[in-house]
Design a protein around this ligand. Structure first.
Ligand SMILES: C[S@@+](CC[C@H](N)C(=O)[O-])C[C@H]1O[C@@H](n2cnc3c(N)ncnc32)[C@H](O)[C@@H]1O
Length: 424
């Protein structure tokens, strides 16, 4: 039998593990637990320098502990039991610790407007044998989820109607159902399949018949096919209209995405940026949001389907000052300066990379290209941000750092960092 311990949680470290010490002084990470709490936990894995334990019960609760809204909250985040003010302090404390030696000034925190009901995209896995559809547990099992409190209301409403349809006519090739919502409750449903199946069209027709659903799409690997209706949604964010297709990235929290745009605009004006290079541009959300404030926006994105959206969104913005390239940012950055319209003129680079952060090639480009006067780094992973900033530190000074709380009630930390090139 696994060992049970009574532990005192000393801290909560990114990304959300309770840190404590066992009777022998060895570090034990507990999934759940707020600092100051005494808990009972069961050791589930042992490593050389630390153990990992599962929370069994809270013996002495923290005054910051609140009742969770869902039974399954631990599947997606243990932060739901933390009072929001505590979450704010915790994220600041964690980021301050991670930025030691890189940025020692005040980190500003932009709190979330809605701490529940904000996610515009949710993916539910399907387990046909167990007749379950929901989130995956740490043991790799699908746990039934009828409602996700982090999701926009429209997503939960449509999910309630999709669930019975799934069991009516099983399509065993269907691995998961992703639901995306715009700001007016219109829904796009992505059906992720392992293979094509004749019954899929019928399932799509039934889902497509639901009132709010405007499109149902089949996704198999990289192949995207519309089964019913349109394969995109359109949203107005920060006063501008954007289209995104089924598999395109779009910021998952519309309200907080507007706060990122406000910061971006404030700094673009302050830095007197003229030509911006929007790297990892997605459907052009960041660059096009400030297109009216600059002379030219040059976007780089790897997703070919995003090219179509960039085209449409550039027209929606209507300033005629967007050009873009589809491909790997690490390669394209070196080609950008070949473009006669841009030659030697990009002064500000905006980066919003995936969790992996910037590639070596992008970091090298940013260091070497002395025309780049400023860098605005939007990050969803403070660990890779730290790596990138410490490498850029000899060349760039961190002027300001913000947490924009895109993902309340989860451990995720979204940051915006403003950097300027040091004078030689
Ligand atoms: C976090 S999203 C940001 C999107 C956009 N800035 C926005 O605000 O909607 C990261 C984007 O980078 C793209 N991407 C990932 N790896 C890339 C690479 N090596 N080169 C160019 N784009 C990449 C992804 O397809 C995704 O659209």
């Amino acid at each position: 039998m696994s060992e049970r311990l009574e532990l005192l949680i000393k801290d909560v470290v990114y990304p959300g593990k309770g840190l404590s010490r066992g009777p022998d002084g060895k570090v034990v990470f507990v999934d759940g637990g707020i600092d100051g709490e005494r808990v009972e936990a069961e050791v589930v894995k042992r490593y050389k320098t630390y153990d990992v334990a599962r929370l069994i019960s809270v013996i002495e609760p923290s005054p910051y502990r609140v009742a969770p809204r869902c039974d399954h909250y631990r599947l997606c985040s243990v932060y739901q039991v933390m009072d929001y003010h505590y979450q704010v302090r915790l994220k600041l404390r964690q980021l301050n610790a991670m930025m030691k030696g890189i940025y020692t000034q005040k980190i500003e925190f932009l709190p979330a407007d809605s701490i529940f009901g904000y996610r515009n995209k949710v993916r539910f896995r399907v387990d046909w044998r167990g007749r379950k559809a929901g989130y995956i547990s740490s043991e790799g099992e699908v746990v039934d989820v009828e409602e996700c409190h982090l999701a926009l209301r429209g997503i939960n409403e449509v999910w309630r109607h999709i669930r019975p349809i799934l069991w009516d006519r099983p399509v065993e090739e269907l691995d998961s159902v992703e639901i995306r919502a715009d700001r007016d409750g219109r829904i796009l449903v992505n059906l992720f399949v392992s293979d094509d199946a004749p019954a899929l069209q019928d399932l799509a027709m039934r889902i497509g018949g639901l009132e709010s659903v405007t499109g149902v799409v089949r996704i198999k690997g990289l192949s995207v096919k519309e089964l019913v209706g349109e394969r995109f949604l359109e949203v107005e964010v920060a006063g501008r209209k954007f289209r995104f297709y089924a598999t395109n990235f779009f910021q998952v929290n519309y309200e907080m995405a507007e706060k990122i745009v406000a910061l971006l605009r404030q700094w673009i004006l302050r830095l007197e940026s003229r030509v911006i290079l929007d790297l990892f541009a997605g459907v052009g959300f960041l660059g096009l949001s400030v297109a009216d404030a600059v002379r030219w926006v040059y976007a780089v994105e790897s997703d070919p389907l995003a090219g179509k959206a960039l085209e449409v969104n550039g027209d929606y913005a209507g300033f005629g000052n967007l050009s873009y390239k589809i491909g790997n940012a690490g390669k394209i950055v070196w080609e950008v300066f070949e473009d006669p319209r841009l030659k030697k003129s990009v002064d500000t680079v905006v980066v919003d990379p995936p969790r992996t952060g910037l590639s070596k090639s992008v970091r090298e480009f940013l260091r070497k290209n002395s025309k780049v006067r400023s860098l605005i780094y939007v990050s969803c992973d403070p660990m890779t941000l730290r790596r990138d900033l410490s490498e850029l530190k000899p060349v760039y000074k961190v002027e300001r750092m913000y947490i924009v709380d895109m993902f309340p009630n989860t451990p995720h930390i979204e940051t915006v960092t403003i950097l300027t090139r040091r004078k030689k």
